[in-house]
Design a protein around this ligand. Sequence first.
Ligand code: ZN
Length: 436
Amino acid sequence: MVNEQIYEELSIIHKIYYRGLMSNASRWKRELLWVVTSFFVICLSFALLGQSSADVATTIEKTNTAVVDIEKASQLINSMPVAIDADVEATELVVDGEHIAYFKTRLEADKALIALKNNYRTKSNTPERVSFVEKVEVIEGKVSIYDFDNYMTTEKAVEYLSTGSLETQIYTVVKGDNLYDIAKDNNLTEENIYQANPELDENKYLQIGQELRLLVPKPLLNVKIVKTATLVEDIDFEVEEQKDDSIYEGRSKVLKAGILGKQKVKATITTVNGKEVKRDVLHSEVLQEPSAELLAVGTKVRPKSGPTGEFICPLTSYIVTAPFGQRRYSHVHKGVDMALPVGSSVKASDGGTVTFAGYKGSFGYLVIIDHGNGLESYYAHLNSIDVNVGEVVGQGEVIAYSGNTGRSTGPHLHFEMRLYGTAVNPANYVKIPGLN
Ligand SMILES: [Zn+2]
């Protein structure tokens, strides 16, 4: 019990002595402080020593002495700030009424505030009105050593004021988002986002409407810049839709690309920490009118989606030029080749899910449809593709247009069927007229 008291008093003395040294109180005050604190440290150390080494039978007297000393010490310590008048000269920075930091001089505090503003000043010649969103006070004066903690340097202050603490914000994914851009827009890295969202799967796409936690710095001081500038901005174009019964429902095709217009705008722009928060247009002049986009929207009823279990020939008009199993120099032909003009419609042999739609080596442009039960159909050397991976198509639906891409010696469709990954004769599944 007595030991604890002594330790407590020692820590108070240490605190007073340390703060006194840190202060710029006059020299004689600091020396007096040194003498007084040293005296009590010695007194208390003796009391502590007597307390810990004595055995129970002989300690009563010493313990009493120790207690008396502690009482004396307490009295003196309590009266010390008054006796020594230990104030610290400091310039205090106060933001919205809250103490932020102490500086040695007013110059250092001002330097920190100017540096913070300079972080967001643009280098243009346009005059800018730079201020802080918060109410900032710089107060020169004396601080009791009991309240004083430490002086802050200009560099430390700039970092502290602009970073402050981290705050969690919820971000909702919108169409066209990707992690890289979300991170960049919030001054974060993709790694930061993964750390704040441990459940996020790197191999999965972001979903529209999905919520992400963003741990973003919440600055203690926010820099507001107001300037009037003249700039050229885009004017959005309208989209004119027209129904088209040759395109399947849910699909669309741009018939004529829209062109953005341009306008010269004089505006008062307000930014906070470099991000635009307000734009008041004072005057605008159209330089170029936008040109509308023309979009064909499909109305054709889709064939029943998904596999039927039956297969049909993917083409209507063609000449078979190579059957399945034909021997070639280095390999055996894995599909049926059907010659026809570039740009002819290619239909899904049966319904299923598109698992590949793109360019693949000697296949050229290729579509692969998974029909379930281990069966897949391949459509190769295409000129263009109308489907996307993951799309469920119906039997007879036009999925692509024939071509002459990849390793091909003339316009034709290479039609292939695979059972659990091994090419099989399409004739076993589908009747291809003209194939012997
Ligand atoms: Zn072929």
